[in-house]
Design a protein around this ligand. Sequence first.
Ligand code: UT7
Length: 339
Amino acid sequence: MALSFTTPNQHSRIYSVGAYRPERIVSNSEIVDQIDSSDEWIRERSGIQSRRFAGKDESVIFMAKQASLQALERAGISAQELDAVILATISYPYQTPSGATELLQELGAPKPAAFDISAACAGFCYGVGMAADLIRSGTARYVLVVGVERLSDYTDENDRGTAFIFADGAGAVVIGPSVEAGIGPMVWGSDADNRDAILLEPSWLEIKEGSEKKWPDISMVGQKVFRWAVFEMAPIAVEAMEKAGVTADTLGAFIPHQANIRIIEAMAKAMKLPESVAIAEDVRLAGNTSAASIPLAMDALLQQRPDLHGKSALMIGFGAGLVYAGQVALLPPLPTSSR
Ligand code: UT7
C-alpha cells in the first residue's frame, strides 16, 4: 500500500538575499610585487580591480552570520523559524562538526537541520537546488542557504596563478514556499576526471606525516579550468533556462560564478544573451569568492538595479571537482523595510 501524505508546497522561491564583505579592500597594486605582475595584466586577464581580505575577527562563521542576519531581516523571518541551514564553503577550518551548526549557535537557533556542502564554486547553486527540493517535498518550510569563503587563508601569496584571484566574503538567501514557480529545476553534474585541475593540498594526513608544505593552499591549472568553463558551461546554462521554461529574451539577469570577467563575457556571448539581460560583474571588486560569489553578486546587482527585484535570474556555479550546477530563479522581492 502506498504511503499516505500530501506535499504542502508546490513551489519555492528566494525570499531575500544578504551579504557581508570584509572591511579591508586589497587593490591589485598591493599584491603585484609578490607575483611579478601588474595592475594592467590582472585587470585585462581577469577583470579584477580589487578584492576583500578578511581580518582576524572576520572568521568564516562571523561573515556567514552577518550575511544570514541581513537575509533573515530582509525576509522578515526569524532564525527560530528555519527548518534547515545549508552552508556551502571550502574554507571552514574544522572538518567536523559542521560550520552550519556553529552558525546556528551564533544565530541563537540551535534546532534546525544543518550541514555543510563541499562543492566549491558550485556550492551555492547546489544549496539553492537542494533547498528548493526540500521545500517542495514538504521536508522543510524555510531554509537558509549560505555561501562563505575565507580563501585568503588558503592562497599562497606568492603563487602567480591564484594570489590575485581568490578572496573572502559571504552571501546568504532565505528560501521558502511559494504559490508561483520561483526556482527552476537544477542542472548539475561533474567532470571528475579533471578533478586535479583545482586542488587544495597537501591533505591533513600528508601534513601530519611530515610533508614539506605545512599548510594547504589552492593550486589551479588556470587555462584548463578557463576552457572548461567557457566551452562546457554555456550549454548547461541554456539547459537550465529550458528546464525552467524561460528564454533569454525574458530573462532579467545573468548571475554566474564570479571567476573571471572573460569567462562571464564568453558565456553570455555563447548563449546569445540580449542586451536587456543585466550581467553581474561583481568579480571586478570582489575577486573570486567561490561559494560566496553568486549571492554576493546578486546582492550587488540588486543594489545597483532595484528594478530587478522579482525578475528572473540565471545562475550557474562551477569549479573544483570539477563540479557545476545552475538554475533559473526569481530574484527576491524588494525587502519589506524598503517597500
Ligand atoms: O573559481 C573556480 C574556477 N576558476 C576559474 O574559472 C579560473 C579560470 N582561469 C582563469 O581565470 C585564467 O586562466 C587566469 C586568470 C587564472 C590566468 O589567465 P590566462 O589568460 O589563462 O593566463 P595564462 O595562464 O595563459 O598565462 C598567460 C601569460 C603567461 O606568459 P607567456 O607564457 O604568455 O609569456 C604567464 O606566464 O601570462 C603570464 N602570467 C602572468 N603574468 C602576470 C601568468 N600569471 C601571471 C600573473 N601576472 N599573475
